[in-house]
Design a binder for this molecule. Structure first.
Ligand SMILES: [Zn+2]
Length: 1022
């Protein structure tokens, strides 16, 4: 699926604008904004529903770490007080928004923390209570109880629910039975929020076996028959592994065809996966309910019993019963509708003509309306709630263009007769690529025709990603989740590549560059993993964790590197071969390399790619030059807080370079493959300087040595255009990374940045501001007020003029929109008068005109966030939030609301519950984490409400990864490190084993180290 983008970086400009780009993961969670190298801040959007509103907050001061059970009568009050105590001993005047001196007692009109606290309370109160607990042992490898504790030699079986032995003891299903077709009949009841179902599974037996084992979760199986429908069989269930089984006294023989029929009843899910219920308020304010599905990765089993692993492909025939007034949708076109004696209608869909994995099955019951168009024999439709029909046109245009593009490019036509894109009011991921029925968040699909190109860029990204999946993922599917990158790396790669070709005006090359930087930020840690994971990926938690930025973004980056290494056209030829070889079936990574070899790609290329996909991390290439001899040395670029961590990983690196005589045109590029630890390359003595990793298409970082950096900086100061904007951004990125690694001083970083006073291009400026704001945020959270103030002076000195010269009117160019939003968001968040005045004026015009005088889309976030710093305007924003139906605007307003640092009267506004959608919780959390006022509070909130959070968002899932990252990545002290450590280790099976926990701890240690190393220097320098 696609991660939802969490545009949650309202406080500091660079981050923010970055976050607004649908970076990558479109489906699984939303788009997240990932870390800068330093502090790994990430955001995503998720939702969640706490069950109660009790908030305990401790101040994180020195003494109050242990008193858990103090009885706080008012959590909001407590929040306010602990915050105030803390901030009054520190410097209260440092905030960009003039944090106020905290009052002594906590009353409604005072503490800024209270605002935030109340905001969270509102959120809490407004969310429904989650009803179900996950079984406590779901995520443990061994499942519940002692059943699996015996020695591995003698297979021991766990006990079924009824006490009998369950005939299987592995998480993966046996390979002896293969499903061929599912016949599904579903009867949802949107009043009682329940459904009944009958699933008829046709299977063939591949090996003699006495058992059929398949998945089922939270389904109450009422009747089961085998073969002849009169023969009832007993179904055993082992809940911890979500498996059911039928045992037979005699072997089922190889080649035999079997039919298992299961009748069952279940509740519609209250979380965001399985067959879940959702609702929205229509124009009249009436609540409308609907039901939709989200099965990836392992939730089809919550809607129907099935062999829920991607390699068990089968065909499906779906029937759904509905009331008149609703429509139903599924993967295939509707075949017929029958009126049942009860007056209900039964829609039957055509049987799928292609074999499909269970995670791609989908169905929806709702009152949606649609617009349609025919595109080369496929009927393309965009569905939404009736009120938003006029926001569907852009998606239809984009999908039509891209469908045509992919059909042509891949040489294989999209195989279904229809393709629906559906905006679901309550949806966790960014989107999900279900075959023929792609589901989206409303914010990932709907956009008004008058919206800014930047808003459209986001929609186009998500649509392009999901459409690419119809080939990479749906037609050819990874065999197991360890190779998820074959789905997500490709979809992410194609989302940028297809848009760069078909919609060059959307300026995706800058976004894709940011994606490569972002992937490195995660992959430079010890906790990273290879793109193609060979170690165990079996538990639901491990499967969920595969949906991360290494899989999506590093995957896409490696494909780009491969493409630029091969002769023109060969990459495409190889991929067409791959799709053709494996259409309708499943693959492992090696199949991809073999397909490339089949079209004449040298074996050495496959060897090269294996070094990138089977190892985690990426290389640092160090360059040293003696006249015409250039020595290249590689090592693992591993950020580590203790010097003891080293690896001997080596890569086959397609090192590209240009030099001063020819440096910006693609034809200048030369390639040298570095296979060993060290190699020498010869250049002419007259070459003045070399720039490696042309256009930053390679997944490595380069260190030029003192002299090499100096000559490059000189060259840039002489003529900025001697290097392409991407190469300039690449230098900025690399030098910050090297400073984190301790290879260059921060002084050297600043030497390079001096050239940037004459920089005007989006890519390098975005990178520079993003890096600086990371440092700024860390210092801010450490309360290093003098440094924070000087840092601001530095930023004004280098970029102030450019910030002030930005235009606030309509702007057509996406690139310019990106740039000005980055610049202005930073300017306003740091309190630059010129900026805040303009933003406030625009906001007042907007409200005074009753919202008819539009704010340009790319400026909305800076305008709203600036407005939110004043009490009165915050209130009017809150009103605007409830009344706005336009989703992208609504989301920007929400971020602004969450960014408040200034409480005052806001606390007493008597906020109503139910205003904020549950799905936005992660966005709120990450936005608040950025601000000084909110970051400690949300961390406390997450700790206190952890169990409720994981009821809604499974352990390991993308939203959880994001919540952990956004709440912990700005800590840089020993106290916080221990605190984070203590909290997560206390979780045990409720999350202590997550990779994101390791990542969080590593990040804090690295922040700590960076502070130790650089604070003294910064004090001198600034
Ligand atoms: Zn995807």
């Amino acid at each position: 699926p696609g991660h939802c983008e969490c545009t949650s970086r309202p406080m500091y400009g660079a981050e923010m604008s970055r976050a607004s780009l649908p970076r990558n993961m479109i489906e699984n969670s939303m788009f997240e904004e990932e870390p800068d190298v330093v502090d790994l801040d990430k955001d995503s959007t998720v939702v969640y529903e706490p069950r109660s509103s009790r908030l305990l907050v401790r101040g994180l001061g020195e003494n109050d770490l242990d008193d858990e059970e103090e009885d706080y009568e008012s959590s909001a009050r407590l929040l306010g007080m602990s915050f105030m105590n803390r901030s009054s001993t520190h410097n209260p005047s440092s905030s960009p928004y003039n944090r106020q001196a905290p009052p002594r007692s906590c009353s409604c009109s005072s503490a800024r923390m209270l605002v935030v606290g109340v905001f969270i309370l509102v959120l809490v109160a407004s969310m429904a209570m989650a009803l179900y607990f996950l079984p406590g042992c779901t995520f443990t490898k061994a499942g519940c109880g002692k059943a699996n504790s015996s020695t591995p030699m003698e297979p021991s079986y766990p006990n079924s629910t009824n006490g009998e032995l369950f005939p299987w003891n592995e998480l993966r299903l046996p390979a002896s039975v293969r499903p061929v077709n599912y016949d599904l009949s579903l009867t949802p009841n949107l009043t009682s929020m329940t459904f009944t179902g009958r699933t008829v599974i046709n299977m063939t037996i591949l090996h003699d076996t006495k058992r059929i084992v398949l998945h089922s979760s939270e389904l109450n199986i009422t009747k089961a028959t085998f073969q002849d429908k009169s023969v009832e069989v007993k179904v055993l269930e082992y809940k911890p592994w979500q498996q059911i089984a039928v045992s037979f006294p005699e072997d089922l023989k190889v080649g035999q065809v079997c039919v298992l029929t299961l009748d069952y009843a279940a509740n519609l899910s209250h979380t965001y996966d399985g067959f879940y219920n959702s609702s929205y308020n229509d124009k009249t304010g009436a609540k409308r309910v609907l039901a939709a599905t989200q099965f990836e990765p392992q939730a089809a089993r919550k809607a129907f019993p099935c062999f829920d692993e991607p390699a068990f492909k089968a065909t499906f025939l779906v029937r759904i019963t509905r009331e008149p007034g609703y429509i139903t949708l599924s993967n295939m076109p509707q075949a017929k509708t029958t009126t049942l004696p009860s007056g209900l209608l039964e829609d039957e869909f055509e049987q799928t003509g292609v074999n499909m994995s269970t995670y791609l099955v989908a169905f929806i019951v709702a009152n949606f309306t649609s617009i349609t168009r025919n595109v080369s024999n496929t009927l393309v439709s965009v569905y939404s709630v009736p009120e938003k029909k006029e926001h569907t046109h852009y998606a239809l245009d984009t999908a039509s263009t891209l469908l045509h593009f992919y059909n042509t490019f891949f040489h294989i036509d999209y195989p279904l007769r229809k393709l629906d894109l559906v905006a679901i009011p309550d949806f966790l991921a960014g989107a999900m690529e279900n075959w023929g029925l792609i589901t989206f968040r409303e914010t990932s699909l709907l956009v008004g025709n008058q919206s800014s190109p930047l808003d459209k860029q986001l929609i186009a990204n998500v649509v392009a990603h999901e459409l690419a999946h119809q080939w990479f993922g749906n037609l050819v599917t990874m065999r197991w989740w360890n190779d998820l990158w074959l789905n997500e790396g490709f979809a992410t790669y194609w989302q940028y590549t297809s848009l760069m070709t078909e919609f060059p005006q959307l300026d995706l090359d800058n976004v894709f560059l940011g994606v490569r930087f972002k992937a490195m930020a995660k992959d430079c840690l010890n906790s990273s993993h290879p793109v193609s994971v060979s170690s165990q990926v079996t538990t639901p938690e491990q499967v969920s964790e595969m949906f991360d930025s290494v899989t999506y973004e590093k995957g896409a980056s490696l494909l780009l590197m491969l493409k630029t290494t091969l002769p023109d056209g060969q990459f495409r030829k190889g991929l067409i071969k791959y799709l053709d070889n494996y259409r309708g079936s499943n693959t492992v990574t090696e199949d991809l390399w073999n397909s490339l070899t089949q079209v004449g790609v040298q074996e050495s290329v496959s060897d090269m790619m294996r070094t990138w996909t089977l190892q985690n991390g990426f290389p640092l290439v160090t360059v040293s030059r003696m006249g015409g001899h250039v020595t290249l040395t590689q090592e693992h670029f591993l950020l580590s807080a203790d010097n003891a961590t080293h690896t001997s990983n080596l890569w086959h690196i397609p090192v590209t370079y240009v030099n001063d005589s020819c440096s910006s045109a693609p034809s200048c590029r030369q390639i040298f493959t570095l296979r060993n630890k060290t190699a020498t390359l010869n250049v002419s003595d007259s070459v003045k300087w070399l720039k490696f990793n042309y256009m930053n298409t390679g997944f490595y970082i380069v260190h030029y040595g003192d002299e090499g950096w100096a000559t490059l900086i000189d060259a840039l100061k002489t003529d900025i255009n001697t290097l392409t904007p991407h190469d300039r951004a690449s230098l900025i990125h690399n030098i910050f990374a090297l400073s984190r690694l301790g290879r260059v001083s921060f002084r050297q970083v600043l030497n390079l940045l001096d050239y940037a006073t004459s920089e005007t291009e989006t890519a390098p400026l975005t990178e520079a501001l993003s890096q600086l704001s990371s440092v700024y945020r860390l210092l801010d959270k450490r309360q290093e007020q003098r440094l924070v103030a000087r840092m601001k002076v530095y930023i004004w000195g280098h970029f102030g003029q450019l910030m002030d010269s930005q235009d606030w009117g309509e702007e057509e160019s996406v690139s310019r929109q990106e740039l000005r939003s980055v610049l202005l968001e930073m300017a306003c968040s740091l309190g630059r008068q010129n900026c805040t005045d303009q933003a406030t004026a625009l906001y007042d015009q907007w409200t005074n005109s009753n919202q008819t005088k539009q704010i340009p889309g790319d400026l909305q976030r800076v305008v709203f966030s600036t407005a939110a710093q004043s009490d009165l305007r915050w209130l009017s924003l809150m009103e605007a939030y409830s009344s706005t139906t336009y989703d992208s605007e609504k989301r920007k307003i929400l971020q602004a609301l969450a960014s408040t640092q200034d409480p005052q009267s806001i606390v007493c506004t008597g906020l109503e519950g139910g205003i904020i959608q549950t799905q936005e919780l992660p966005l709120v959390i990450s936005t608040m984490s950025d601000g000084f006022a909110g970051h400690l509070l949300v961390w406390e909130f997450v700790k206190e409400n952890w169990d409720r959070i994981i009821e809604k968002f499974p352990v390991g899932s993308y939203p959880i990864q994001s919540i952990i990252k956004s709440t912990t990545s700005q800590f840089s002290t020993q106290t916080h490190l221990e605190e984070v450590q203590r909290f997560f280790s206390s979780l045990k099976e409720r999350g202590s084993q997550m990779r994101s926990v390791q990542e969080a701890l590593e990040t804090i240690r690295l922040n700590q180290l960076w502070m130790d190393r650089n604070l003294p220097t910064l004090r001198i320098w600034l």
